[in-house]
Design a protein around this ligand. Structure first.
Ligand SMILES: O=C(O)CCC(=O)C(=O)O
Ligand SMILES: [Fe+2]
Length: 372
């Protein structure tokens, strides 16, 4: 049965395909999907602005600077626009906006309102990074992302062999980690310094059903040893608390489900990353290492659920830290690259056993070869 489903993501075609015969290694299995009507798009009130899907599975780009986030903050229907932006970011993983004039205080306001309007707990505020310096002009709830070191390059003194070592999700060592992050790049090298994101929804969907079920029973320890080392080495006093009463202390350790449900979309996402996830609690050390290595490779080697963004000055990326991974590209030598990042705190990660995967919920078939 032909079932060319990515269309459903974009144009809301009501799907009728019900039985998918899975070829080759899963030949004997038949999966029955109850297809749901996908929403027409995830843009809502933002459909007034020019945009396109950056890739099939992740990313939406607003290429025209006529969309200014600063204007959304004060528009008469501001709450609707910002809630729709949060919904879009949660569905598409990351959203790119061109040449933004937003000032740092407005960036913080946006970071606060994205989560508030999409239902985060009242105790969740902007994150204060444990090793961020409290500069008077920015405040401790802004992280300076700079090629000169610090948060985005705590291991700059080390020689890393593979660029893929950098894949991570922000601040998962916190008991209540992030929902959204907003990064504005104001200084860029002449070429290079792209950032890549990968979809946690699609990372989950690409696993076999048995492996998915296995992961759903697991929890993992997340720990920020690199920031603890950095604080010791440079004698930095850690910020405490950090955007939630639960994000306190200097141990920078938390346990989270390996698969979590994003409350905005209702979709399941893979939630381990090689920077902070140290150990799967329910497995032996050897088993844990193998599973985490496999999942790291799964994220970094499937470039068909990644997006790579080539920045221009004052572009902004907003991503959902519950459903994506990202990594910078350190290919530009000694040139300065710098931006300001605001990370907001969301909810305590949870897995709703009744939640669905993105493909299941939207009726996107599982890479079926018709007729086999
Ligand atoms: O420098 C970048 O491109 C991304 C840095 C980063 O990981 C972040 O801003 O969370
Ligand atoms: Fe990051």
């Amino acid at each position: 049965m032909a079932c060319n489903g990515d269309k459903s993501l974009r144009d809301g075609v009501q799907r009728t395909c019900r039985i998918v015969t899975v070829p080759t290694d899963r030949q004997s299995l038949q999966y029955s999907h109850t297809m749901v009507a996908a929403p027409k798009s995830f843009l809502g009130s933002l459909s007034a602005f020019e945009s396109y899907d950056t890739t099939v599975h992740i990313g939406t780009t607003f290429p025209n600077k006529s969309l200014q986030l600063s204007k959304l903050l004060t528009a008469p229907n501001s709450d609707e626009l910002i809630k729709d932006l949060a919904t879009l970011v949660s569905h598409r993983g990351v959203v790119f906006l061109t040449d933004q004039d937003i000032a740092i205080e407005q960036q913080k306001e946006l970071g606060t309102r994205l989560g508030e309007l999409s239902g985060k707990p009242a105790t969740s505020k902007l994150h204060k990074h444990p090793i961020s310096e409290d500069t008077p002009e920015l405040g401790a709830d802004v992280s300076v992302i700079t090629s000169t070191g610090g948060i985005s390059r705590p291991e700059a003194h080390m020689t890393s062999v593979r660029a893929s070592k950098g894949w991570h999700t922000d601040i998962t060592f916190e008991p209540v980690p992030s929902d959204y992050a907003i990064l504005k790049m104001h200084t860029l090298p002449s070429v290079g310094g792209d950032t890549l994101w990968a979809s946690g929804y699609e990372a989950y969907d690409r696993l076999s059903p048995v492996y998915q079920k296995f992961l759903e029973g697991l929890t993992a320890v997340h720990h920020a040893d690199s920031f603890i080392d950095y604080a010791k080495r440079f004698n930095v006093k850690m910020q405490d608390p950090r955007g939630s009463p639960e994000n306190t202390g200097t141990h920078l350790t938390a346990i989270h489900p390996v698969i979590r449900t994003n409350p905005v979309t209702g979709f399941k996402s893979l939630f381990v990353n090689q920077e902070f996830t140290k150990r799967i609690v329910e497995l032996s050390p050897d088993e844990s290492r193998d599973v985490l290595n496999f999942l790291s490779q799964h994220i970094s080697e499937n470039h068909d659920f990644q997006v790579r963004y080539r920045w221009k000055t004052n572009d902004i990326a907003i991503w959902d830290n519950r459903a994506t991974f990202h990594t910078a590209t350190n290919d530009y030598g000694e040139e300065l690259r710098q931006g300001n990042r605001v990370v907001s705190i969301g909810e305590k990660p949870f897995l709703d056993p009744l939640s669905k995967s993105r493909r299941e919920a939207l009726g996107i078939p599982f890479n079926v070869v018709p007729g086999l």
